[in-house]
Ligand binder design. Sequence first.
Ligand SMILES: CC(=O)SCCNC(=O)CCNC(=O)[C@H](O)C(C)(C)COP(=O)(O)OP(=O)(O)OC[C@H]1O[C@@H](n2cnc3c(N)ncnc32)[C@H](O)[C@@H]1OP(=O)(O)O
Ligand SMILES: CC(C)C(=O)C(=O)O
Length: 499
Amino acid sequence: MRTIKIFDTTLRDGEQAPSCSMHLNEKIEIALALERLRVDVIEAGFAIASKGDFESIQKICEVVKGSTICSLARAVPKDIDAAYESLRNAKNARIHTFLATSPIHMQYKLKMAPEKVLATIGDMVRYAKKYLPDVEFSAEDAMRSEKEFLARALEAAIAAGATTVNVPDTVGYTTPMEMVEMLKYLQNNVRGIENVTVSVHCHNDLGLGVANSLAAISAGAGQIECTINGLGERAGNAAMEEIVMGIHTRKTYYGCETNIDTTQIYRSSRLVYNLLGLPPPINKAIVGANAFAHEAGIHQHGVLANRETYEIMTPQSIGLLNNEMVFGKHSGRHAVEKRLTELGYALSKEEVDELFDRFKQLADKKKTINDHDLEALANRTVVDAPAAFKLDRFTVSCGNYVTSSAVVRLNHEEKLLEEVAIGDGPIDAAYNAIDKMIPAPAHILEDYSIFSVTEGNDALGEVIVKIKCGDKNVIGRGLSTDIIEASIMAYVNGLNRLL
Ligand SMILES: CC(=O)SCCNC(=O)CCNC(=O)[C@H](O)C(C)(C)COP(=O)(O)OP(=O)(O)OC[C@H]1O[C@@H](n2cnc3c(N)ncnc32)[C@H](O)[C@@H]1OP(=O)(O)O
Ligand SMILES: CC(C)C(=O)C(=O)O
């Protein structure tokens, strides 16, 4: 049975999605989650794009040793130099260089004659090969390229030493049938293609990213490029969890498998949604809240008789646990730590200590604590910024006939600061008081969202704020059974990150 390589580009193409930029510690958390998933290749960034991108690739190379780390480069020497420099500490490294091959991209964007494009592909793949044996070449906009020209482009890359050739559907234009025809054509017309890995990279503009990727597998592709939750430029990339579970569930049909540990899927998906401050769509395939829920009577009746009447995968296969555990204020540290491990969290002793403190505070306010509460606590632990300012206490006064006011007290380096302010509602008043105390650079509150982590009157509320400061965006999170407290914590958390 063939093993399909999973190439994850959440940290590169995923990050290209509008307002989905990530900070270093968030990228490292995602890279570690990808390693636990046993992703074959992690595209960690585009080294030349910025100092931050370069440094995060470097750092990921230091901490992740189980997957190949890849850095993207245009087909120009300075990009390839930067890609290689960023990868120096990797155990296994890949340079990924690309050049567009479609008539529209060559004429209007690159302003390069087709013959020059072919020569550049050969030159730049050879240039990258001087650095590393593992070099991938992508023919950007391949699916709108003339197939005879695309075949020559891939042949030039293979002759120069590329070990993977990628056929991207850059603008999400193709169809499954067309993808199959294109790969068959290339297999029959590109010299040396049988000696390299053929990859596809499908975008989702027409909602066909996953379908086109799975069609490519049927036509012999050996690597699929994808992202967690389908994050990515415009409508996104093909979603990893959908491709992997597609293969896993229909193994005999596709005649292949992947190296992915599917039980890490749910947790990795939640981590990415959480870090980006995005709520998971309830009907999202595989990881949405409704993916394994049955409400219709006929379905419930069928599932009671035999689960497989309406379920083609088990929740356990993606890491959802079936033995729901309930914790409370009498629970001990060992049981909480064990449950976190079962949920897929590998926390250090310090992280467990810090989480357990917050667990006890929560248990004082909330009768029962379930897996979703624990996940919310754990996700906050793994990505939190050092807190220069901490909420000590607050009072708010509000009503529909009075001006809202707030008194907020913060703890800063063992000193207590206190301010009072008015505003359009209690949260605005509290935020105005905080702004008087935290010396953050000029910023605007761009977005505020509130979610309920669990159900019931004592549910944990999670507030996510997006704060914009120049061209920098930060996300702040707050978690509490009191939504005003969660709102204040989120704003303070965001401003700490900004500092
Ligand atoms: C399909 C994809 O997803 S490709 C990846 C897209 N991702 C990104 O662009 C995010 C990171 N990008 C960046 O930070 C910047 O665009 C940089 C640093 C790469 C380049 O920045 P700038 O030098 O300011 O150039 P700018 O982005 O305006 O234009 C791109 C230039 O690269 C050229 N170019 C584009 N693709 C390639 C390529 N594959 N190989 C060589 N040159 C290329 C363009 O023709 C243009 O050249 P020009 O400046 O001579 O006109
Ligand atoms: C760089 C390539 C692989 C890409 O992102 C695309 O074509 O969409």
